[in-house]
Write a protein that binds this ligand. Structure first.
Ligand code: SF4
Length: 405
């Protein structure tokens, strides 16, 4: 339901949906927009031309674009994030008071559901918000990364960490050993996540099985864990389950296994291929070979599951650039991708403390600039071909600095 009106001389729009409430106050030069989930958590805000997004852990990223520039982003220090949230809270408080006192003119009265969500938002004051963020850490080990199309998923940490943890550019799971939860422990976790999200569950679109490579879990262990997800969640209503499969030296599942996983609700498996150039994968200490990745993709797709393939632009610097482009094109073309699939181009971002930085320096690798990395992505894309029956996969950028859950 969308309600329009006027408040403090500015046009006002209140959108009450089955999964969120959005308030927008406009004027000719700018709009302030605030969105909340039904639990009352701030989700997004747009203030003074800057877009903010709050994660479930209370952290907040700000994004803006200056004319002629690429999008900028900055993770806010905690006090700044708290002050943005408090500002949004005050705004909603003033508006709701104005609605109740008839000072905001609404063309249609606010529905009972609308009143209920406003009350939820007002109960979610800064102290409640901090307690909620602390609860996130009771429920989760910090969620390391998700594919961009899964930022609105319900993450369930069926496994923790990465079973390989060897890649020299990756620091996501250095803080935890790999382990698979027992069905009982996983059930408790799945219930705790559901309780934590509360009414905010309605904003979530899919279920993502964490952490780094839940799909390496052997079938006899995996199937009972997927049954647990079905016990606790309405998987179909949430849009199915998604997961990473990273590295290929674990149990190799044939197409028949993927068909069973598809029947259990797995929709897409994301694979960090990084490159189709085998010597580069070796340098990156990525387990497995491009050949194994191609085989895995074919088995997954033959089982009816879509894939998301992640390519690391700039990996291996100038020295590997030509072979990286050439062999990545070859590998992607050998995967028979179609319109159900996604190819992500992700620029390598190397912290000084990563083994990659040290090893690239020792190997004398010359890094690619940002524009050279983008050109590398364009060169790979130009070499791809897809069948006319299958159609073209979605091709998109993947900026891990913008990850928020
Ligand atoms: S396999 Fe994936 S999650 Fe594991 S270390 Fe490598 S890049 Fe990181």
């Amino acid at each position: 339901m969308v309600i329009t009106g006027t408040w403090q001389g500015r046009p006002l729009t209140i959108s009450v949906k089955r999964n969120c409430l959005t308030v927008s106050t406009d004027d000719p030069s700018q709009a302030d927009v605030f969105s909340y989930d039904l639990e009352g958590r701030m989700w997004t805000a747009f203030i003074d031309g800057i877009a903010y997004r709050r994660g479930l852990d209370g952290k907040m990223v700000a994004r803006w674009r200056n004319p002629g520039e690429e999008r900028n982003r900055r993770w806010l220090p905690q006090d700044e994030a708290v002050s943005i949230e408090a500002r949004a809270h005050r705004h909603i408080q003033h508006l709701y008071t104005a609605i109740q006192q008839g000072e905001a003119e609404l063309r249609t009265p606010l529905s009972p559901q609308g009143h209920q969500v406003f009350r939820q938002i007002l109960a979610f004051d800064p102290a409640h918000s901090m307690a909620d963020a602390a609860r996130y850490y009771d429920v989760y080990k910090p969620v390391g990364i998700l594919p961009p199309d899964q930022y609105m998923a319900v993450v369930l940490q069926m496994t923790e960490g990465c079973s390989f943890n060897t890649c020299n550019f990756c620091t996501f799971y250095k803080d935890r050993p790999f382990r698979i939860k027992s069905p009982d422990e996983f059930r408790q976790h799945a219930i705790a996540v559901r309780d934590f999200l509360g009414a905010g569950l309605s904003l979530r679109r899919t279920i993502f099985l964490g952490d780094a490579n839940a799909m390496v879990v052997p079938m006899r262990t995996l199937l009972p864990l997927l049954d647990v997800v079905h016990e606790v969640y309405d998987v179909d209503k949430l849009g199915g389950m998604y997961a990473f499969l990273d590295g290929f030296s674990g149990e190799k599942k044939p197409a028949a296994d993927y068909q069973r996983l598809y029947d259990k609700g797995i929709k897409t498996v994301y694979i960090g291929l990084e490159s189709g150039h085998a010597p580069l994968l070796k340098f990156l200490k990525k387990p497995g070979t491009p050949r194994e990745a191609i085989k895995a993709v074919r088995a997954i797709k033959a089982g009816g599951i879509a894939v998301g393939i992640i390519i690391l632009l700039g990996a291996g610097g100038q020295q590997h650039a030509d072979s990286h482009v050439r062999d990545t094109i070859k590998a992607l073309n050998a995967m028979d991708l179609d319109m159900d699939d996604i190819i992500y181009f992700s620029e390598i971002l190397v912290g000084e403390d990563t083994p990659y930085a040290r090893e690239a320096y020792q190997a004398g690798l010359q890094p690619l600039s940002h524009s050279e990395r983008l050109a590398q992505g364009a060169a790979i894309e130009a070499g791809l071909h897809f069948s006319s029956e299958g159609g073209v996969p979605k091709i998109s950028r993947y900026d891990i600095r913008e990850f928020v859950y």
